[in-house]
Design a protein around this ligand. Sequence first.
Ligand code: CO
Length: 208
Amino acid sequence: MDIESIFENNKKWIANKLNDNPDYFKTLAKDQSPEILFIGCSDSRVTTGDLMGIEPGDMFVHRNIANMVSNTDLSVMSVINYAVNQLKVKHVIICGHYNCGGVKAAMQAKDMGILNPWLRNIRDVYRLHKEELNSIKDEEQKYNRLVELNVQEQCVNLIKTAEVQKALIDRHITIHGWVFDIHTGHIIDMKIDFNKILKDIMEIYRLV
Ligand code: CO
């Protein structure tokens, strides 16, 4: 990719937007009131807005390796706090994807330096679901299932936060666990039962 061409593309994009709506940037600059918080993987193939037809202003986005909601990660925790408490988003989406390099790397016997503690969280997901995962003989299917279970566990981690617990109880926000199927382009809704998760974890994780 030629960096110069990015500026050319940018000019074309501006011209297209202004052609459709001369006030486009005036409106865009005013404020943001996105209804969605999206937490996805940093993978270059997961082009968040494009694959959903989402326009600037529609979605607050956080991306990291393997779409993790780690409770010691100030970045993701600040994003969740701001999106839920200030922007008052109505939906939170955690979106993983098949062929996730982060998930694959987590299962290798290899010292990866600073990535070790990050990827350790994925090994913890494996440990929680060891029986199911070990019963899958096909390696690719096993990784795919780990991608799905990782999304599920990150939804649980999301619901362990005070902001989300409060928003689930007070204003009924919804939590969505998705997997982007990189082979077909489809988004798969895992139909996470977030109310059941909330009920199940409150005995130990209740903060509000
Ligand atoms: Co990934």
